[in-house]
Design a protein around this ligand. Structure first.
Ligand code: ARG
Length: 455
């Protein structure tokens, strides 16, 4: 059955049929499609466009179809798309009455509606997944509040930081990711139903009524826009892609930290794989795949942008191609968050190694500079003095922590005994008391704030 074939003299070419059908992809929208149809039928009855009794019968059968789909008992046939599949099945059940279902509606507003309902649900799911993941990160930070590691810029040692502080940076990023999704929700939460094919209808429909049943905050104010844009997919897809960028950076760090060279952490056996050839291997496949899937997400997002950029208003069949990529984006985001929420609590840290590395490479040089600044030496001069100390140290392959006071005094008379304290990693972090800095006090305060926020 085609919803449109009376206008044609010939049957659709089999190959064209295969080429244009979208059921295999838009099947995923079945639930939303039926909810949309039920709301639509209720409205048709309320506005007396169809009879109450007719509506009751259609709704009852749509509910049955919904149940069958939920239980995977529904039989799909050679249907063009999900809308056709459901209408076909409804016709098999109630005959010609089913033909009233599509009154005052087009597949153009129908598909836009389905996609918005799907997107709304996905946003909610991902938002709560982000919160769960944030809780896991927070717990890890709380458990390891004393662990010190080297801070990095340019992937070179900068200054010692608390591992917890490093983790809390990810909490901030994830919070912004969450807010981006929440913000976009308002723009997704607009009902296109009733826009028809793109210009509205002459039937006395009530768009506010359907929007309310379906939980939409607003109704689209322009029928062309309602069926003709997919910017909401781009917006949510972009937010998802930014989120994946963050997860991918975390992955990169975990992959590095798990190497022999870094040796900061070990991945739990249940989350790593071995090599079929080398018995010694333990591979960080989970973070690697998250990094890899991030590339795919960007591909899909770029595909969506390219899809839309040349389309004249309003609906074009090209837009059928939006679903596969967008579903893929949401699927990747969901699975990456789910796996990391299980993965992260299980990593074990090599705290001694982290601490040892935190004191290598002159990481507390800046602390000495600040020490001299406190003695009223101008910053630039202090910087030059400590620069010379570092140059000497590098030549003799030693680290700042092992310098003696006599050695320090060769560079400046202002160095006193307490300077030796300042070059230790613990005091270095302890002294970073500026707001947002890495001092244990600051970090502990942040942890407490996050605990309240994520409750
Ligand atoms: N499968 C179509 C899509 O995903 C549904 C809308 C079809 N509309 C049409 N006028 N052919 O976009």
């Amino acid at each position: 059955m085609k919803l449109w074939d009376s206008r044609f003299k010939k049957k659709l070419d089999k190959e064209v049929e295969k080429f244009t059908f979208s059921l295999s992809v838009d099947k995923q929208l079945a639930r939303y499609d039926i909810s949309g149809s039920i709301a639509h039928i209720k409205m048709l009855a309320k506005t007396k466009i169809i009879k109450e009794k007719e509506a009751g019968r259609i709704i009852k059968n749509l509910e049955e179809i919904k149940e069958e789909i939920g239980e995977e008992k529904f039989i799909f046939k050679n249907d063009e798309d999900i809308h056709t599949a459901i209408e076909r099945s409804l016709t098999e059940r109630i005959g010609t009455l089913a033909e009233k279902l599509h009154t005052g509606r087009s597949r153009n507003d129908q598909i836009a509606l389905d996609e918005r309902l799907y997107t709304k649900e996905k946003i909610k799911e991902v938002v709560s997944q982000i919160t769960e993941f944030q809780k896991v990160i927070l717990a890890l930070a709380k458990r390891h509040q004393k662990v010190i590691m080297p801070g990095y810029t340019h992937l070179q040692h900068s200054q010692p930081v608390l591992f917890a502080h490093h983790l809390l940076a990810y909490l901030e990023m994830l919070e912004r990711d969450k807010n981006r999704l929440k913000d976009s929700y308002a723009r997704v939460n607009v009902s296109p139903l009733g826009a028809g094919a793109g210009v509205g209808t002459s039937l006395p429909i009530d768009r506010k009524f359907t929007a309310k049943i379906l939980g939409f905050e607003k109704i689209a104010e322009n029928s062309i826009d309602a069926v003709g844009d997919r910017d909401f997919l781009l917006e949510v897809g972009s937010a998802g892609s930014i989120l994946m960028m963050h997860l991918s950076r975390l992955s990169e760090e975990i992959i590095l930290w798990a190497t022999e060279e870094f040796g900061f952490l070990e991945i739990d056996d249940s989350f790593a794989t071995g090599s079929s050839l080398m018995p010694n291997k333990k591979n960080p496949d989970v973070p690697e795949l998250i990094r890899g899937k991030t590339a795919r997400i960007y591909g899909e997002l770029f595909g969506l942008f390219s899809l839309m950029k040349n389309l004249p208003l309003s609906y074009n069949r090209d837009m059928q191609e939006d679903k596969k990529g967008f579903f893929e984006i949401m699927e990747i985001v969901g699975s990456a968050l789910a796996i990391y929420t299980k993965f992260l609590p299980k990593v074990s840290l090599n705290q001694e190694r982290m601490k040892e590395m935190a004191e290598r490479g002159g990481t507390t040089a800046t602390d000495l500079v600040e020490y001299l600044v406190e003695k009223d030496i101008p910053f630039r001069e202090a910087h030059r003095i400590v620069g010379k100390i570092i140059r000497d140290l590098k030549d003799s392959k030693r680290i700042l922590k092992n310098l003696t006071l006599t050695e320090l005094k060769k560079f400046s008379d202002e160095f006193k005994k307490d300077a030796l304290e300042r070059v230790k990693a613990e005091s270095s972090v302890k002294n970073k008391t500026s707001f947002g800095g890495t001092s244990p006090k600051q970090v502990n305060q942040r942890i407490k704030n996050w605990e309240k926020r994520l409750k």
